[in-house]
Each structure stands twice: as structure tokens, then as C-alpha cells.
Design a protein around this ligand. Sequence first.
Ligand SMILES: Nc1nc2c(c(=O)[nH]1)N[C@H]1C(S)=C(S)[C@@H](COP(=O)(O)OP(=O)(O)OC[C@H]3O[C@@H](n4cnc5c(=O)[nH]c(N)nc54)[C@H](O)[C@@H]3O)O[C@H]1N2
Ligand SMILES: Nc1nc2c(c(=O)[nH]1)N[C@H]1C(S)=C(S)[C@@H](COP(=O)(O)OP(=O)(O)OC[C@H]3O[C@@H](n4cnc5c(=O)[nH]c(N)nc54)[C@H](O)[C@@H]3O)O[C@H]1N2
Ligand code: SF4
Ligand SMILES: [Mo]
Length: 751
Amino acid sequence: MGDRTAFRTCPLCEALCGLELTLDEAGAVTRVRGDEKDPFSKGYICPKGATLGSLDGDPDRLAEPLVAGEVSGWDEAFETVGRRLAEVVARHGRDAVAVYIGNPTAHSIAGPLYGSAIVKALGTRNLYTASTADQMPKHVACGHMFGDPLAIPVPDLDRTGHLLMLGANPLESNGSLASAPDFPGRLKAIRARGGKITVVDPRRTRTAALADEHLFIRPGTDAFFLMALVHTLFAEDLVTSAEHLAGRVNGLDDLRALAVDFAPEDVASVTGVGAATIRRTARELAAAERAAVYGRIGTCTQAYGTLNSWLVDVLNTLTGNLDRAGGAMFPRPAHAPVYRRKRPFTTGRWRSRVRGLPEVNGELPVATLADEIETPGEGRVRALITIGGNPALSAPNAARLDRALAGLEFMVSVDPYLNETTRHAHVVLPPPRPAQTPHYDIALTGLAVRDYARYSPPAVPLPEGRPSEADILARLAVTASGTGADPARLDEMIIRATLEKAVALPGSPVLGREPDELRKMLDTGTLTEQRLDMMLRLGPYGDAFGGEPALREEPGGASGVTGLTLTRLRTEYPHGLDLGALKPRLDEVLCTTSGRIELCPSTCAADVDRLRSALRDPGTSGGMVLIGRRHLRSNNSWLHNVPELVRGSNTCTLQLNPADADRLGVAAGDTVRVTSRAGALEAVAEPTDTIMAGVVSLPHGWGHDRPGTRTRVASRHAGVNANAVTDEQEIDPLSGNAVLNGVPVTLEAAR
Ligand SMILES: Nc1nc2c(c(=O)[nH]1)N[C@H]1C(S)=C(S)[C@@H](COP(=O)(O)OP(=O)(O)OC[C@H]3O[C@@H](n4cnc5c(=O)[nH]c(N)nc54)[C@H](O)[C@@H]3O)O[C@H]1N2
Ligand SMILES: Nc1nc2c(c(=O)[nH]1)N[C@H]1C(S)=C(S)[C@@H](COP(=O)(O)OP(=O)(O)OC[C@H]3O[C@@H](n4cnc5c(=O)[nH]c(N)nc54)[C@H](O)[C@@H]3O)O[C@H]1N2
Ligand code: SF4
Ligand SMILES: [Mo]
């Protein structure tokens, strides 16, 4: 009685599932089901989405700002932020204020729309994000190969006949850099239509168990394996110069020369994968009619992260599968104009102060944030803004960063929880509940395995005076700028600048029109909605503000949709709009200086020297190494306060091979001490033959036993923090990405 239904996209992982929420009269979420009418997710839901109601109604969620630990009004909180930031800037300069942006920011509308405005307003070079603990190597590899760090090909799961998957476990993670609701179902469908899946992972994961073949690989050695595949393709004359790529590829000969030193026999002992198996894998890949190679976090968060990310798409290109149905394809999101002019990709426009690490995509590596806070001298970081991040748990050598945060002069966090990170903040600005938040996936629809768009208005209106997350971030931006301007002016400025560019750029659907005229046509609604409306109308399926549509529908292609506006998306497609299977679009994407795919970029080629040296001198390899893992009912560090998700047996265990357990004299349930250069931890042993000998695994995001937090459920299920032993000194040099897998450790039974 009095119940109503609302629909929205799940904001928790990258799978983009449509949800059907049941709400009671008071606006509480009483039930969550999969939205059967969503054309992409078709009713699929996982245990996390199903408990969104508990997360939404979590009594520990902050409703109002905290200033110095006390509940405060919004004006007072922003006044404090403005005053304290201004003091730091006046005393120490603009670079003294750092920004850290975390993972949930990529799952919101507000994050992508306002994050960079905050950084710009501050004028700081100290931007850090979770990307350098995640996918930065993929951006760098794609930047060098295709010219655009955001041009990331995704495996065309629904049409491929052969999937070679490395360092990914979508049966637990639901997929990443490949948004695909019901990823497990899509994998099963590959097999059901006679295709093959091969999984390369140091653990026999649930994904590996579903696959046709699983290859155990020694952590951190994928680059050798991938180079040996490239070697075999050349050596056995299996490089198909696919017609559609003819004349569009540079560097084939250089690549062939590079691969000479990596014969399968040369890399077998390093990788633990036999030479015959490597050759067969290469032949199968070449022989498959439609194949895709896909590498994810296990391949990024290691010392050769960029080389791995590059080689994955080298293989897609060499086998003719890039930009081809069933291969690796570039999504075409509805909100991203295709006429956008891109600068050639470079890194290192500035360097970090202490370690001299190059900027990548405007960011510095999170692995060096503690250095920048702790090291005295000019340019030292004295203040920090965190937005939806928990680096006190998620960063490498998190214990060190946690200590560094405690020493900051000022810290402000935009976050719904008082947790391991935000307990250090002088001001916490909590965003509203998910049910009160609008949704459109700006970041993730650009990585989806079908072209798809969905807008969800807030299911529950915000009370008068309660700012949305967009309001909070916009106000933070103007507060940080110190201009005291009206936050609404920020959106107006961005709209203005975008329209002015749009009317001037060749290829634009509004070329030569009047920005003022276009401005007036934007959807009424919040300024966030008006910005989204603008993006959709300028996008490939947009209405071009009543002008000539940007994209003429190919016969038999997609959904036939053109003329998109936010109003149409919202009213005609409340369950989401399917824009069809991915289409070849290399021409729209490629923006290298040469206008071709750079198969052998000089930066990657130079880094192969490091790989070659390591092959000649394996050094200390052979000791125990630590890797991570994910569990379906968890999500990085912040879903452990949901009672339904932490119920049951402890999943924060140290998995180790029974042979290693015997050698150490530990049995299931015993405590093991794990020590690395960076630190030590104690965890409960879980011997299992699903992990290869010499490797141990611990999930990340745990360690909720700190004082000063307010996550009462999580505190009772604290677990241990894997990042107590990961090493902030170890990075992938090309991307600055943290090495979170393959960490050398020593083990002993704890007494
Ligand atoms: N349930 C759940 N879902 C999530 C998350 C979560 O925490 N929980 N996090 C979300 C986020 S932020 C991300 S980025 C994605 C990540 O999504 P995935 O990339 O699918 O992440 P994982 O499940 O950690 O799978 C990584 C796999 O790499 C393996 N691995 C480790 N080291 C190596 C190596 O050196 N080589 C190879 N080949 N494999 C290796 C691990 O054993 C593991 O099985 O998941 C997202 N989804
Ligand atoms: N050892 C090891 N470490 C890892 C990884 C690993 O595999 N192994 N994975 C890495 C990866 S892939 C990632 S992405 C990072 C994640 O690293 P982070 O992004 O730093 O950490 P999260 O745990 O995702 O924390 C998210 C924060 O956002 C807050 N939050 C939740 N919803 C919202 C919202 O709507 N708005 C705002 N403003 N805040 C919100 C939460 O309360 C929490 O504080 O961790 C990395 N760390
Ligand atoms: S798979 Fe991801 S998007 Fe889908 S319901 Fe689960 S957490 Fe939400
Ligand atoms: Mo991530």
C-alpha cells in the first residue's frame, strides 16, 4: 500500500544493470529487482545490486556535513573549506592542495562533470586518482597506439568465437573496461555457440572454471607470454593482414624485430606456461574466425602494466580482429561528440616533485602521494580534497599514506561515510543517497559491449536546501577557486564554452550556428541535466539541435535512433535505449600524428629492453609473491557496512597452495604472517589447490579496525588490509601505475 516503483541504473560496478526499486511512502527503498525491461541487462542483477536498499538506508551514512567531527550546516561547512584552502594557498602556493578522486566518482554523473573543474579551479598539478591503482596502463597504451587514451577497445563478447582473457575474473567482478551486464551469461553463450574461452590467471578462478582452458601463469609475467604469442604469429607466418586494416598500421617490421628474442621456449620457465601451449594458443588465436584478447586488472597492476595493455591490442590487430565484429571494438557512446578535436597523446608534461614521475592524463601516481605529503620543501602537499575515495586502504603501502593524511594541515572529503580515509578530514561533505541521485554513465557507456544509453532521474526528490552531489562538487569548485562566484555560473561557463567550440569545429552537426540560439533550446531541468542534454544533442545519435543529424543510420545497423535529446531518452526510454551492437569506427577514433595505428610505439619498444633484461637475468624471482582477488559480495573498500553482504564465512583469507602450506606447517584457519619491504600483516590461511605454488592471494579493501570511523557493521568484519604489504616504490614506469600484483613476500606461521 502506498508503494511505488522507480527505475535506475545500478551505480555499484561497471556492469550497468538496470534496477527496479520499490519505495515506501516515506521514500525508503524496500525492494530491489533487476529491471526486466532494460534492453541491455534484461533483468540481470547480482547480490550487490539486490542490497542497494540496505546501502541506501544505511544508518551510518552521513546525512549532514561534519566540521571538526561535529554536525554542521552546509554554508558553515563550505565557509570553512574556503577559508582553510585559501590559507594553505596563500602560504604555500596552489600546488600545495592535492586532489584525490576515487572509484565511485566514475559511476556518477557528478564526478565526470565536475571533477576536472575542481582541479582547474585550484590550479594544482597534484591530481591523483584510483586510475593509477587500476587501468592507467591501458590509457597509456591506447594513447600511444590510437592517439587517444580514452579509445579503449572492448571485447565484442556477444559475437566473438574465441576469447583469450588475462588477469580478469568477471564472474566475481562482473567485468571491467568492458561493461556487460550478465558478463557470466555472455561468456556461457560464447561456449554455447561453439566458441572457446581461455583464461590466463595464477588462480583457477570461477571464470577459469567456466572456460574451456585455464593456463596458470606466474604473476607479473604476462608480458613475456604475450610477446611469445606475437613471436609465434610472426615466426609461423600467422599475421593476417586483414583487409580492413591494410595500409592503416605502422611499425609491423619493428614489432617483428622486437619479438625475435621472445620465443616460447625462452619464456616458458619465467611464465610457467609451456612452450607448446604458448604456440598452440597463438595458432588458435590466429585460426579463430572472430577472436578477442582481453586483459584486465591482473595485467595492469604489475610492473609491465603498459606493455601488457599494449600487447593485448597488438594481438587484436595482428590477427585482424581490431575494429571488427566479434573482435575488439570501440564503443560509440551517445553523449560523446565524434567531431571532438584531440591533441596528440603525450605524457610527462610535468613531473612529481619528489620522485620525478611523469604526469599521465594530467595525473600523478597515487603511489607517490605519501612522498609528496611527507617530504619537506617547496611545493609540498599540505592540503587534500578527496572525492569518493578511500586511499587509506586502497593505495599501495596504505599504512604510510594513512599516517601522511594525519599530518595534513587541512583535508576535505566528499563522501557518504566516515571511514579510514575521511576520519582524517576536517570537513566531510556527504552526497545524498543513491535513491536521491540521478544517474547517467558518462564514463562507462564508453566501455560498454553494446552502444547503450540510460538516464535515471532521482527516485526520491531532495529535501529543500539539501545539495545534490553535483551541487556539492560545483560549489567546491567555486569555493576552491576563491572567487566567491555563484556555482551556477560554472555550468553556464562550461555550456557556453562547449557550444562555442561546437559551432566552430568542422564535422560538427551545429557548425556555423549561434551558441545563444542553442543555449535556449536546452532542456529545462537542473544544470546537470542541461549539460547532459547538450552532450546528447551534439552526440552521434543526437538531434543536432534540430539540425542535420550527426550520424546517418547504416542500413541494418543499430536501432535506427537519431534525434536524441535528454527529454526523449528520459520519457521514451525509461528502461534504457539500446543503440545496437558495436560498429566498426576506427576512422572516428584514430588520432595519432601519422593517422595510422602505431603498432610499435617508441615508448613501448624502449620498455621492452627492461623485459629483455629480465629474461636474461631473472634475478630474485622464484620467491613467494602476493596477488589480490575480488569477491562477488564485496566492492573495493566500501560495501562492508551492508549486513547482507558480509554475512557468512570470512572471505578475507590468505589463499595459498597446499604444498606451500605444508612447507610452512600451516593448516586451514591458522594465522600466517606476511612480510614485504613495505610492511607486514597477519591473515588466516586458506590452503587451496586453485592457486599455483609460490603464490598467495588476499583480497583488498579490508582493514576496518581503525579508531575514529563510523561504519559499525564493517568494524565487526574488519579483515586485514592487503595494502599493508604492497609497495609504493614499485610502479609500472610508463603509466605510474601501482604494482599490486606479484609483490615479493615472505611467509611464516604466526605463533
Ligand atoms: N565484486 C566486486 N566487483 C568489482 C570490484 C570489487 O571489488 N568487487 N571492483 C571493481 C573494480 S574497481 C575493478 S577495477 C574491477 C576489476 O575487475 P577484474 O579485473 O575482473 O578483477 P579481479 O576479479 O580482481 O580479477 C583479476 C584477476 O587477475 C588475477 N591476477 C593477479 N595477478 C595476475 C597476473 O600477474 N597475471 C594474470 N594473468 N592474472 C593475475 C587474479 O588472480 C584475479 O583473478 O572489478 C570491479 N568489480
Ligand atoms: N591491493 C589492491 N589494492 C587495490 C586494488 C587491488 O586489486 N588490490 N584495486 C584498486 C582499484 S581497481 C581501485 S578502483 C581502487 C579503489 O580505490 P578508491 O576509489 O580509493 O576506494 P574505494 O574503496 O572504491 O572507496 C570509495 C569511497 O567512495 C565513497 N563513496 C561511495 N559512494 C559514493 C558516492 O556516491 N559519492 C561519493 N563522493 N563517494 C562515494 C565510499 O564511502 C568510499 O570512501 O583500489 C585499488 N586498490
Ligand atoms: S552486476 Fe554490478 S551493476 Fe549489476 S547489479 Fe551487480 S553491482 Fe549492480
Ligand atoms: Mo578499479
